[in-house]
Design a protein around this ligand. Structure first.
Ligand SMILES: C[S@@+](CC[C@H](N)C(=O)[O-])C[C@H]1O[C@@H](n2cnc3c(N)ncnc32)[C@H](O)[C@@H]1O
Length: 266
C-alpha cells in the first residue's frame, strides 16, 4: 500500500531511503515515503538546523529565480533539481512570466520517475535524467536543445547539488563547460553547504545521509566563490543564503552559502 496520496512510479523502491525524497519531506512536500521520513527524522535529530537548511535554501532559490526573471532572463537550466514538486523553479518563474522555460537535470532515476509524472502537463518544462558532471551530454541533450535557445541568456542553477560532487570529479571543470556554452547576460546561481560552520551535529547528519546513496561534502566560502569564475557576482556576493537579499529578518546560522553571478563578457 502506498502511504499518502502520491502516484507511484514503477521504479520506486519503498524499502530504501532516497535523498531527493528526504529533501522533499524536509521541505514539507508530498513525494516521500515512510523510509524517507525516518531517515529525515534521524538527520534532524542529529542536526536540528537541517529543516531550516532546506527551507532557507528553497527561499534563496526563489529569490534568485525572481532576480533572474526581473533581469530579463526567461530560461533556466536547473542542475541537481531534485523532485520538481511544490515551489519549484518553473512555478516561481512562470508566475512572473508564463513564457519562462525550465530544463531540469537530475542524476537520480527516482527523481526522473516522480518528475515525469509531475511535469507531464506542464508547458515550458523538460526533465532529463543525466549527471550534471556530463556537461556536454546535458548541453547537447535533445530535450534541453528543444526547450532552451542558446542564443538567448540562460540562468544555470546548481542549488544544494555540487556538494554531491567530490573534488576528484573537478566541479570547476564542468562549470567552465556550462559557462562557455552560455551567451553574455546569462547567470549562474549556486548554493552549497558551508565548511566553516559551528552548527550542531553536522558530522552526525553526514553519517545519517550516507545511508542514502550520496555522500555530501561541505566546502568553504572561498571555494564556492571560485565556482563563479567567469561570472560577475551580484551584490551581496557569496554569503550565507538567508543573508542574500533577504525578504525577512533571520537570526539562525544556516550553514549554506550561495550567490548569483552574471556572465558579462565572452
Ligand atoms: C538537496 S537536492 C536539491 C534540490 C534543489 N536543487 C533545491 O535546491 O531545492 C540535491 C539533488 O541533486 C541531485 N544530484 C546529486 N548529484 C548529482 C549529479 N552529479 N548530477 C545531477 N544531479 C545530482 C540529487 O539527486 C538531488 O535530487
Amino acid at each position: 500500500m502506498v502511504d499518502r496520496e502520491v502516484r507511484l512510479p514503477p521504479i520506486v523502491d519503498l524499502t530504501k531511503p532516497n535523498d531527493a525524497r528526504v529533501y522533499d519531506y524536509l521541505l514539507g512536500g508530498a513525494h516521500n515515503f515512510a523510509v524517507d521520513r525516518e531517515l529525515a527524522r534521524q538527520a534532524v535529530a542529529a542536526m536540528p538546523v537541517l529543516r531550516q537548511v532546506a527551507l532557507s535554501n528553497r527561499a534563496f532559490l526563489h529569490r534568485v529565480v525572481r532576480v533572474c526573471v526581473h533581469a530579463g532572463v526567461r530560461q533556466f537550466l536547473d542542475l541537481g533539481s531534485g523532485i520538481p514538486g511544490l515551489g519549484n523553479v518553473h512555478e516561481v518563474a512562470q508566475a512572473i512570466d508564463p513564457r519562462c522555460a525550465v530544463a531540469y537535470v537530475d542524476v537520480d532515476p527516482v527523481v526522473h520517475a516522480h518528475g515525469q509524472l509531475i511535469l507531464s502537463d506542464t508547458p515550458g518544462t523538460a526533465l532529463i535524467n543525466e549527471d550534471l558532471m556530463n556537461a556536454e551530454a546535458v548541453l547537447e541533450h535533445p530535450a534541453v536543445r528543444g526547450l532552451l535557445d542558446f542564443d538567448e541568456p540562460i540562468a544555470v542553477l546548481g542549488m544544494l547539488a555540487l556538494h554531491f560532487v567530490p573534488d576528484e570529479r573537478d566541479p570547476e571543470g564542468a562549470l567552465a563547460t556550462y559557462r562557455d556554452a552560455l551567451p553574455v547576460g546569462s547567470m549562474l546561481g549556486l548554493s552549497h553547504p558551508a565548511g566553516d560552520t559551528t552548527a550542531e551535529g553536522v558530522d552526525e547528519a553526514i553519517d545519517v545521509f550516507s545511508q542514502g546513496h550520496m555522500v555530501p561534502v561541505a566546502r568553504d566560502l572561498e571555494r564556492l566563490t571560485g565556482f563563479f569564475e567567469g561570472f560577475e557576482l551580484l551584490e551581496p556576493g557569496v554569503t550565507r543564503v538567508p543573508n542574500w537579499r533577504p525578504d525577512r529578518e533571520g537570526s539562525e546560522d544556516v550553514p549554506v552559502n550561495g550567490g548569483l553571478g552574471v556572465k558579462s563578457s565572452r
